[in-house]
Design a protein around this ligand. Structure first.
Ligand SMILES: Nc1ncnc2c1ncn2[C@@H]1O[C@H](COP(=O)(O)OP(=O)(O)OP(=O)(O)O)[C@@H](O)[C@H]1O
Ligand SMILES: [Mg+2]
Length: 291
């Protein structure tokens, strides 16, 4: 990288100047990309908000489904699909049960999870990516070994996971691809979700979740059987199944919006007859999917 590159844009600081940094990031986070809409919703939302929520459940649902605010601000739809799905998801987050978004690949599980976290907590970055190699430390906490060796176990040497930070700050944590995580590691979540606490035996302490904490997990239908959720863990989640787009029209609508957004962020010139191509591609995919 040339010496003239500005370190400020190269190393984004999540908490500061989120919108300014988001403007140059290749893929800004939801709360950066839609900062204007979120601010307009927060300003005009006079409904009650659950503890530490940035918006009321009504405003979160409006952010996801789109709508027009009293002052004329247009909120673009993020999720195209049944309103009820979004309402159940948002309501779940306001209760003490966690939310599991389930569906086949490409049904917007990750997308919905990111936008829900952005709207509820203003931060979608408290994320654990589930893989076959996800260790327990990724969900609980790890250690900074230099500090651990120098000073022994202490809060300073502890490296909190995104889930631990969400618990301490009353935010929304996200776990992607939950069923790819080995079963014994998955079960770490049971205490967190039912007791709402994360013990740190090395320090004789615990981190108790404060109000506002909740967790959104996503899992792929096709992975069923890879590392199936234990029934103890499944009971701690409300499961919302995201369906495939019900009609070709809805699918064309989704693809058109996404192509437009991607085109804008990559500064591509607008394609004049994009619609024809999109319709053709969507038709091919629907036919392949339906066998
Ligand atoms: N119903 C929908 N409404 C709006 N956008 C959608 C919808 N379905 C899919 N998309 C678009 O599809 C893209 C892919 O979705 P996403 O990556 O969230 O899928 P996923 O369900 O997490 O898939 P995977 O199982 O592969 O992780 C999203 O960026 C989103 O723009
Ligand atoms: Mg995904």
């Amino acid at each position: 990288m040339p010496a003239s590159a500005q370190p400020k844009t190269a190393v984004p600081q999540p908490s500061e100047g989120a919108t300014a940094e988001g403007a140059t990031a290749l893929r800004p986070h939801a709360e950066q990309a839609f900062a204007g809409e979120l601010a307009a919703l927060a300003a005009q939302d006079d409904r009650p908000r659950p503890a530490r929520w940035r918006l009321s459940p009504w405003a979160v649902a409006t952010y996801l489904l789109g709508g027009t605010l009293p002052d004329g601000t247009v909120i673009t739809p993020k999720y195209v699909g049944p309103r009820r799905i979004v309402e159940v998801a948002v309501t779940t987050l306001a209760t003490d049960r966690a939310l599991l978004l389930l569906g086949v690949p490409g049904t917007a599980k990750t997308w919905v999870s990111e936008h829900l976290a952005a709207a509820v907590s203003g931060d979608s970055t408290l994320l654990v990516q589930g893989t076959a190699g996800t260790p327990e430390e990724a969900i609980r906490y790890g250690w900074n070994y230099a500090r651990l060796l120098a000073h022994g176990p202490s809060r300073d040497a502890l490296v909190p996971s995104p889930v631990m930070r969400a618990m301490a700050e009353g935010m929304t944590a996200r776990v992607e691809e939950l069923t790819r995580i080995p079963a014994d590691v998955q079960d770490t979540l049971i205490t967190i979700l039912s007791e709402k606490t994360l013990p740190i035996p090395e320090l004789g302490e615990e981190v108790q979740a404060v109000r506002g904490f909740n967790l959104i997990a996503t899992a792929n239908d096709r992975d069923r059987g890879v590392n199936d959720l234990s029934s103890a863990l499944r009971r701690r989640f409300n499961t919302v199944v995201l369906p495939l787009p019900e009609s070709a029209e809805a699918e064309v609508d989704i693809v058109t919006r996404r192509v437009e957004q991607l085109g804008r962020s990559l500064d591509l010139p607008a394609a004049p007859d994009g619609m024809v191509e999109i319709r053709r591609v969507v038709t091919v995919f629907r036919e392949l999917r339906d066998g």
